[in-house]
Design a binder for this molecule. Structure first.
Ligand SMILES: Nc1ncnc2c1ncn2[C@@H]1O[C@H](COP(=O)(O)OP(=O)(O)OP(=O)(O)O)[C@@H](O)[C@H]1O
Length: 951
């Protein structure tokens, strides 16, 4: 039969298929759509029409392959026809080099296949493919347009098989038998344990078998199409099958290819039998046989331009379409390119090459394939040598200072340290450039020398090796040169210069540690990445899992590098103090030791990557809330910068300069819409927050601003804007924020014996305040009662104070004789108000002593005089902590005079100006001196010497 009559004609968009693709009815194909403007235009057109007309209609296009140089447009062999003369003009110009986007009418084959578009597949840009399902064979009658995409009149063809024809029936049976035979050969491989060439899963093989078995005689043409797609045939053969309209002719062609393929396989196996030792054990024999066979299949398929690892083409299995081999090749090619672009370190490059070769040999169906691919992708994503350019110019330090000042109020000491750090970094950069230059000069010199030597001595040898066929590229490269001693010394020097100290910012929450680190990154123009170490219990989280684990991944450090994409980012290691301790998952802090040691981190090894990675260019800044839980070896590697928490005054400034403008903007208002007077801000700070940082303060200011936003919006909606007042008053605070959460202690108006004003710094909030020490006496037998939720240390401090007073009672003028017991007929009760707040620490020792003396002597202490300091039994007053917070609290409470231990004199220098001006600060070295300052007329002139003599 020649040509079947055309059923009907219709106009369809045409997708020219890139050589060697061809679509046959009943099969699926994945057409790469990168750089295919024509496909994009077709889809855009179709979607614009079908979206309005028939949204559920199948999208159909005609897929037409490009011509083959040896075939005429209707699939005849040109030599067959003696067509050197006649066929030339008939022949398509199509070949592998014709880009389907630039194809002309002459390049299109005469037959094609109407296909349903079933979707777009692929993960990344370069891998996207249009998946189409072949429906029916058609003839291209005439082309209507070529650009922007092909449109042609397509003639449908009647497909009927002459079932009465005995010859057709016989051929059909033969086709079925051969198909099963081929399938059986391929399936053999899958039953072999340990074979790394599993090509067909048993389920797919079973379904293929069923598919073949269920085909009836009237579907002989369809089965032939299907098998032509499954088996390994050339582009030319496929085009000829496509052009075979007659089922009998098609069967003939497919049978011929099938037979050839099976014979080839068997022939190849037979040939190897003669050269290789054949295993005697039956199991080994099966294994050996199928391995040979699969190798053969692979070799054959790699000869054609579409390498193929599994028999493709099964309706409903888009992955098995005949674009699959191409896809893998693309993927590998792309991976290779990405690895090249990643400029791997020499070690990494070696590993990558080895893994790439393994991957090429592997079957994609193997689980190991994905593991290997993921690994290589990870390698390609790690920035081995890519760095962002530091903005280390003349302006750097100025700019950094401006940046730090703009983002943060106060913190002068810390900013100074950070600027020092940047200055050193800048100087080192200059030094590094000089070393680089020197290394380059040295390298160039020795390479030139080497080249000369090569020219003379190795010319002939070199030629020979270069000419060798199949030689790999890397073999052509000159062998790596051994660095000279001088170079090694320079490299070592460079490594030393590369080292940068690791800063640790320690301070209470919300004091700006994270934002300081961010400002440094911005000032330097480096990328910033935050790694939260809080709660990391597993060493593998930092160092990654070994590749042998399922779903193994690189650790936090390598993931961070991958994310920023450069080798010199700023890494913020947040909450180092919350890092888990050693447990059965390993020791996370020990893993950090390597990361944070400038001596070691140029060769940090992640378990997953398993190749040394240079972290010396990374600028690490760690943060912690306290130093107590950081393991000493880890702490030792970092340079600590302490952030002490803000005073109310600093908080007020931070609130006006940073927090309020921030909240106003984020709540959609303008600066003129909200006005927070100083006393309102102070009240928010003291009565609604008690913290060292400013997080809660920011939250409370946010609440106030939001409530103002509601007012403003309502006023705007009701056209009563003129009545809106931006001012927030003290009384508004009660309604907006609720009742005061913390009340401020104020100094007493009247002095009473036994009551002394102490100073306290709340450890939770870092805020300071005054605290009253109240002591009352009553008839009794020397009992001491303590209330006010006092901690052990505070209780002991009361006992020390009492012992000192008892032992010095006579000298203090409290008893008339030296051996009289002052507590003989009385008991005392020591109380510290605000009983719900736990208090501890030795700093109230001086206050207790003074309170006891005051009680026993009946002389009151002025309420505006506050004191702090630990006392020892010898009568010394020892230094205490939190002076800054305590004195700021004291000023707020109305204290006018403060007694501090002599040892805290240095802290006075760091006090805010307001405090130093507002409070008279006096330092005392011993209790006698302190007593002399409280009651000058009674105790002035008494000193330590007397106390020591008594003990
Ligand atoms: N001195 C300051 N000037 C301006 N804003 C500040 C200052 N200190 C803190 N802030 C602001 O306080 C907020 C909290 O700061 P940040 O997140 O840096 O705290 P942190 O110290 O890292 O806290 P944590 O220990 O809980 O991680 C940020 O919005 C920051 O801008």
């Amino acid at each position: 039969m020649g040509k079947s009559p055309s059923k009907s004609t219709k106009v369809l968009p045409v997708i020219p298929l890139p050589t060697p693709l061809a679509l046959l009815p009943g099969t699926t194909l994945r057409i790469p759509i990168t750089n295919r403007a024509d496909i994009a235009a077709i889809l855009a057109k179709i979607y614009s029409v079908s979206a309005t007309a028939r949204p559920d209609a199948a999208i159909t296009v005609a897929c037409v392959p490009l011509c083959h140089p040896q075939l005429s447009k209707d699939g005849r062999l040109l030599i067959e026809e003696g067509a050197n003369k006649k066929g030339k003009k008939d022949a398509g110009a199509g070949n592998a080099e014709v880009d389907p986007v630039n194809a002309t009418e002459a390049d299109l084959f005469g037959y094609g296949c109407v296909a349903k578009v079933s979707g777009v597949q692929g993960r990344r840009q370069g891998e996207l493919g249009l998946v189409v399902e072949g429906l029916e064979r058609v003839r291209v009658e005439s082309v209507i347009q070529e650009r922007p995409y092909f449109e042609a009149v397509i003639g449908g063809l009647v497909e009927d098989v002459d079932t009465a024809d005995r010859e057709v029936a016989e051929q059909f049976q033969l086709l079925k038998q051969l198909s099963r035979e081929l399938l059986a050969l391929v399936r053999l491989s899958t039953i072999l344990p340990g074979s790394n060439t599993v090509t067909l899963s048993p389920i797919v093989a079973r379904r293929l078998e069923l598919y073949i078995a269920r085909k009836e005689l009237d579907e002989a043409g369809a089965l032939a199409d299907f098998m032509a797609n499954v088996i390994d045939c050339t582009h030319e053969e496929k085009l000829r099958v496509l052009a075979s309209l007659d089922a009998k002719e098609r069967l003939d062609r497919v049978i011929e290819i099938l037979q050839r393929q099976i014979t080839n396989l068997q022939g190849a196996n037979r040939a190897t039998v003669t050269t290789e030792a054949v295993p005697q054990n039956p199991k080994e024999l099966v294994e050996w046989y199928s391995r040979r066979m699969i190798d053969n299949l692979k070799k054959k398929s790699s000869d054609t331009s579409t390498p193929r690892n599994m028999p493709p083409g099964f309706p409903g299995f888009p992955g098995g379409a005949n674009g699959v081999g191409g896809e893998e090749a693309n993927e590998l090619e792309e991976l290779k390119k990405r690895l090249e672009a990643a400029q791997l370190s020499p070690e990494a490059d070696k590993v990558a090459q080895r893994e790439l070769q393994r991957l090429q040999r592997m079957n994609p169906a193997q689980a190991e394939y994905q593991v290997c691919r993921n690994y290589l992708e990870n390698l390609a994503e790690i920035p081995w040598s890519k760095v962002s350019e530091d903005r280390l110019d003349k302006e750097t330090l100025l700019r950094a200072k401006r940046q730090l000042d703009d983002d943060h109020y106060g913190l002068e000491k810390i900013k100074k340290r950070l600027l020092e750090y940047l200055a050193v970094l800048k100087l080192k950069e200059v030094g590094k450039k000089e070393i680089d230059e020197e290394i380059r000069r040295l390298t160039k010199g020795s390479e030139e020398k080497m080249e000369e030597g090569e020219k003379e001595g190795q010319k002939e040898e070199e030629k020979e090796t270069l000419v060798k066929k199949g030689e790999k590229l890397e073999q052509k490269k000159p062998p790596p040169r051994e660095p000279s001693e001088q170079e090694l010394r320079l490299l070592e020097k460079k490594r030393m210069v590369d080292k940068s100290p690791i800063l640790l910012l320690v301070g209470p929450p919300g004091t700006g540690k994270t934002s300081l680190a961010k400002s440094i990154a911005t000032a330097l123009g480096r990328k910033f990445h935050r790694i939260s170490l809080g709660g990391v219990r597993d060493e593998a989280e930092i160092r990654g899992h070994r590749r042998t684990y399922v779903a193994a991944m690189p650790g936090l450090i390598v993931s961070g590098l991958k994310k920023v994409g450069v080798a010199n980012p700023v890494f913020l290691l947040d909450e180092v103090d919350k890092l888990g301790m050693s447990n059965f998952h390993g020791d996370p802090s020990a893993a950090m030791l390597e990361v944070l040691d400038p001596e070691q981190n140029h060769s940090f090894t992640d378990h997953y990557v398993n190749i040394p990675i240079d972290l010396s260019k990374v600028l690490f800044i760690a943060t912690a809330n306290s130093l107590d839980t950081i393991p000493p070896p880890l702490l030792d590697r970092m340079e600590t910068i302490q952030l002490s928490g803000y005073t109310t005054l600093e908080k007020r400034h931070i609130a006006t300069r940073h927090l309020l403008p921030k909240q106003i903007t984020s709540n959609g208002l303008h600066p003129e819409n909200v006005e927070l007077p100083e006393e309102v801000l102070d009240k928010i700070i003291t009565a609604y927050t008690r913290e060292s940082g400013v997080r809660n303060l920011e939250r409370e200011i946010g609440s106030v601003v939001r409530s103002k936003a509601v007012e403003y919006a309502t006023a705007k909606d009701t056209d009563s804007l003129p009545t809106y007042s931006p001012l927030v008053t003290l009384s508004d605070l009660d309604t907006i924020l609720g009742i005061e959460r913390f009340t401020e202690e104020l100094t007493e108006q009247h002095a009473r014996p036994g009551v002394v004003t102490g100073l306290v710094a709340y450890s939770t909030g870092g805020q300071g305040s005054i605290l009253f020490i109240e002591i009352a006496d009553m008839p009794g037998s020397g009992r001491v009662q303590l209330t006010g939720k006092l901690g052990d240390v505070l209780k002991e401090s009361v006992e020390v104070a009492l012992s000192w007073v008892k032992s010095h009672a006579f000298a203090l003028g409290l008893t008339t004789t030296e051996d009289e017991d002052i507590m003989k007929n009385r008991s005392i009760h020591v109380h510290c108000p605000s009983g719900a707040i736990p208090k501890d620490g030795p700093s109230a020792g001086l206050a207790h002593t003074v309170a006891l003396v005051s009680l026993f002597s009946g002389q009151p202490v002025p309420p505006t005089l506050a004191m702090t300091g630990e006392v020892s039994l010898r009568g010394r007053v020892l230094p205490v902590g939190g002076i800054k917070e305590k004195l700021i609290g004291a000023l707020r409470a109305g204290v006018e005079r403060v007694l501090l231990p002599e040892g805290n004199r240095k802290d006075v220098q760091e006090l805010p100006e307001e405090v130093r001006r507002g409070i008279k600060i006096e330092c005392v070295g011993g209790i006698w001196e302190g007593l002399g300052m409280v009651w000058p007329e009674r105790f002035a002139g008494r000193g330590l010497g007397r106390v020591d003599a008594r003990l």
